[in-house]
Design a protein around this ligand. Structure first.
Ligand code: NAI
Ligand code: PYR
Ligand code: MG
Length: 372
């Protein structure tokens, strides 16, 4: 198969869909790989590194969209990219379609077969192609929150860990999945007072075991969310219902009862965000303020640390990427976890949560791929 990797064009997105190491694996499987010039610049991989791995360097993304049978990217295609996708082509990338009707319409119109990293599943009920970026974003969320809390940045002016004789800051984490766990690890390392809220009691048990009393856990009800959010200096939004728009757990009304200068880091913004007042921001202008509460809502947080993120992402995407390149649609038909990743196929939505969120008719992946 002819596999293509364009340079990412989202604001301050420095990751790359294929590292030179991944290219070498595709080439070893007999595939032809085209990489746009400078696609790896953000991770310090120059065109020669890609050539050494066996790629052909092309000067424009246009050539990749025209010629590739499969396009491997990091972020959801931007408007100029949707227009170049076409029927018979596979797109393998993050999509986050539920809160993004325009992109969904663009992908449907193109006829492309789009596999979304974030809805591919595994045997343990996890999301293995989302998890590494959730690890990164969870860890970054505390760095971003700590910075925004500084007075000169509009925050309350409180140090997460306090100092001997002075109380630490309070951190509330909504959702104790991968983002929540990694946020809690960082916040614990800095000495904050942490509470994690989740709807899954087994997950709260696991977190209690992991942290051995170092963090508080609470079942996520409206009451519990209000108490924790009102008392918090920093709130991390980390809930997910796979494929679906994020539940709005903190309303505009609740916001007015939060401490002035407190900070929200809504990591779940890529699925629409779990605060009513959130809207997506970029690394260029990451924060805005509503009712005295600083909001950080960057939808591609891992793009800020591409050396870590691109490697972690490629580690996770390589297996299914090779399956897709080796077998095409048959790979999706054969593997139920990859089928869970199929979001769009030849003008139809093939993911239930996405179809429900956007009001499209669902056609099951089994039906479109003629799987018995
Ligand atoms: N902004 C960014 O750059 C990035 C955003 N993300 C996003 O972060 C979000 C979280 O991802 P993961 O941690 O990997 O998901 P996950 O599936 O590991 O964890 C989500 C957790 O939310 C919990 N949850 C669901 N409804 C809840 C409720 N009402 N109250 C409390 N908890 C609830 C679930 O039980 C689960 O434990 C996703 O939207 C993901 O796409 C991930 C990476 C980067
Ligand atoms: C998961 C996601 O949206 C990201 O890594 O940018
Ligand atoms: Mg995102």
């Amino acid at each position: 198969m002819r596999v293509g990797c364009p340079k990412e064009i989202k604001n301050h997105e420095y990751r790359v869909g294929l590292t030179p190491g991944a290219v070498r694996e595709y080439v070893a499987h007999g595939h032809e790989v085209m990489v746009e010039t400078k696609a790896g610049a953000g991770i310090g991989a120059d065109d020669d590194a890609y050539r050494a791995a066996g790629a052909r360097i092309v000067t424009t993304a246009k050539e990749i969209f025209e010629k590739a049978d499969m396009v491997v990217k990091v972020k959801e295609p931007q408007p100029g990219e949707w227009a170049q996708l076409r029927e018979g082509q596979i797109l393998y990338a993050y999509l986050h379609l539920a809160p993004d009707p325009d992109q969904a319409a663009g992908l449907l119109k193109s006829g492309v077969t789009a596999v979304a990293y974030e809805t591919v599943t595994d045997d343990r009920g996890g999301l293995p192609l989302l998890a590494p970026m959730s690890e990164v974003a969870g860890r970054l969320s505390i760095q971003a929150g700590a910075t925004a809390l500084q007075k000169a940045n509009g925050g309350r002016g409180i140090l997460l860990g306090g100092v001997p004789g002075v109380e630490p800051a309070r951190v509330a984490i909504l959702g104790g999945g991968v983002v929540g766990l990694h946020a809690a690890k960082m916040a614990a390392g800095l000495g904050a007072d942490i509470t994690i809220l989740d709807r899954s009691i087994p997950r709260l048990r696991q977190l209690d075991d992991i942290f051995n009393g170092r963090v508080h856990t609470r079942y996520s009800t409206i009451d519990a969310i209000e108490e924790e959010v009102f008392a918090a200096d920093l709130v991390i939004g980390a809930v997910l219902i796979p494929g679906a728009a994020a539940p709005r757990l903190v309303t505009r009304e609740m916001l007015s009862a939060m401490k002035k200068g407190s900070v929200i880091v809504d990591v779940a913004i890529d699925q629409g965000g779990c605060f009513e007042t959130s809207h997506a921001t970029t690394h260029s202008e990451p924060t805005f303020e509503v009712d005295g509460v600083i909001h950080y809502c960057v939808a591609n947080m891992p793009g800020a640390v591409p050396i870590t993120s691109a490697q972690a992402l490629n580690n996770a995407t390589l297996h299914y990427g090779l399956q897709l390149a080796d077998k095409g649609l048959k790979a999706i038909a054969e593997d139920r976890h990859l089928r869970a990743g199929l979001n769009v196929h030849r003008g139809r939505i093939a993911n239930k949560a996405v179809a429900e969120a956007l009001g499209y008719e669902l056609v099951s992946p089994e039906a479109v791929l003629n799987v018995a």
